[in-house]
Design a protein around this ligand. Structure first.
Ligand SMILES: Nc1ncnc2c1ncn2[C@@H]1O[C@H](COP(=O)(O)OP(=O)(O)O)[C@@H](O)[C@H]1O
Ligand SMILES: [Mg+2]
Length: 401
């Protein structure tokens, strides 16, 4: 390894450790010495002394350094080291690549997959607006951070997405034409994974926002099922399926008994259309459909929640019970479907009760219910009755005496 811990790069960054080794280079954790902050430095694979390659890199790096968006990794700096290596210094992301999250989850909950996809859509929409097509969207280029500020408004759900490596693949493509299908076998892994590549990109036809839509569709398929839409023993085998074969339906590759929301099936199939005309034309269109689907899926969960806890009590008996019963804690559920079902099991309420002295799970809001010292109208009714009885008794007694 050429970049041992302690090595100073470009006079500014001290290498700490290797994070990952990919098709286009190596990513290191480093310290930016002047600011004493962690950064991730991507060192591109050594390339033949090709001035055009260097030029393409500097161009692409300058474009990605201008992309500022909360779901796109921030590029701090780029250039050439004293040894002639090309590098990109980025904010260090303390998270997990989506590729690993998919492997861990085996198959992601539909709502989670939907929310991650929506954030990717937003990142790409911003890039497309500036004329930048990603071209190499894949789970390894999506990082998931823990969302500290998650209030589950409409795209939270705990994961905060950052998309990496915008346009970088272009640097490795010879000229403007791209590698082409025939060339791909020659360049091999240089161009990343074929699992998510659009038919037009494989065929060296013009790529655009629609090509990123296709790649995101393939990622969604992978998140929801645990496998990409096309599988094969070799890269050319997978690539030819992208061009020639209809993707299977999500439902058909899932185990029996596992159901994917039909809205998501329709969306994913539309992202994976071979013909650009039939595919979503923009991230905006895809985002609108995903937003509607996520509301439907999340809505199903919320109904289950209110069915158990019911409306606030408004009857006389309920009020008396509420006023004099020992305190209970109603769990205001703010989680995905599976968790809503779990929290709704009455038998588990006690077991699931968080220890209030230790701080609480931030995804669960505790609402304290009763006993209450408020004097309600039936209390006054009782008091009036007592007074009336006393007056009547007094009158009766007065007559008798
Ligand atoms: N800014 C970053 N902060 C933390 N880790 C990163 C960062 N950028 C990349 N990585 C890590 O490096 C991996 C990707 O390495 P990369 O060289 O880009 O491989 P590939 O060419 O397959 O995309 C990511 O999946 C992630 O684990
Ligand atoms: Mg990458």
């Amino acid at each position: 390894m050429r970049f041992e811990p302690g090595k100073i790069v470009s006079g500014r960054y001290e290498i700490k450790s290797l994070i990952a080794s990919g098709g286009m280079g190596r990513v290191y954790l480093a310290t930016q010495i002047a600011l004493n902050r962690s950064v991730a430095i991507k060192i591109l694979l050594p390339h033949e002394a090709d001035p055009a390659f260097r030029k393409r890199f500097l161009l692409e790096a300058s474009v990605s350094a201008q992309l500022t968006h909360r779901h796109i990794v921030t590029v701090h700096d780029y250039g050439e080291t004293e040894d002639g290596d090309l590098y990109l210094a980025m904010e260090y992301l303390d998270g997990m690549p989506l590729s690993k999250a998919i492997t861990q989850a085996l198959r992601m909950a539909p709502l989670r997959a939907c929310r991650i996809s929506m954030q990717i859509c937003r990142a790409l929409r911003a890039a497309h607006a500036r004329g930048v097509v990603h071209r190499d969207l894949k789970p390894r280029n999506v990082m998931l951070l823990i969302d500290e500020d998650d209030d589950d408004d409409d795209d939270g759900g705990g994961d905060f997405v950052k998309v990496l490596d915008f346009g970088l693949v272009k640097v490795f493509e010879a000229g403007d034409q791209g590698p082409g299908f025939a060339d791909f076998t020659r360049v091999g892994t240089l161009l990343g994974s074929p699992k998510y590549m659009s038919p037009e990109q494989i065929r060296s036809q013009p790529v655009g926002p629609w090509s990123d839509v296709y790649a995101l569709g393939a990622i969604m398929f992978h998140m929801l099922t645990g496998r990409p839409p096309f599988v094969g023993a070799t890269s050319p085998e997978i690539l030819s399926q992208h061009i020639n074969k209809q993707p299977p339906s999500i439902q058909s590759v899932l185990d029996e008994g596992t159901v994917v929301p039909p809205e998501l099936e329709v969306i994913v199939q539309k992202t994976l259309e071979k013909s650009v005309d039939r595919r979503y034309a923009s991230m905006d269109e895809l985002l609108a459909d995903l937003r509607a689907a996520s509301r439907l899926i999340a809505g199903a969960g919320h109904h289950a929640s209110s069915a158990f806890f019911g409306p606030a009590s408004d009857g006389l008996v309920d009020d008396f019970v509420a006023a004099f019963a020992p305190p209970i804690f109603a769990l205001d559920v703010d989680r995905d479907d599976a968790d809503v079902r779990r929290w709704n099991e009455p038998a588990q309420l006690g077991a699931a009760m968080p220890d209030l002295s230790q701080g609480t799970d931030p995804s669960v809001t505790l609402v304290r219910r009763g006993p209450t010292l408020e004097l309600t109208w039936h209390f006054w009714l009782l008091a009036v009755l007592v007074v009336l009885t006393a007056v009547l008794a007094g009158l009766l007694l007065g007559r008798l005496v």
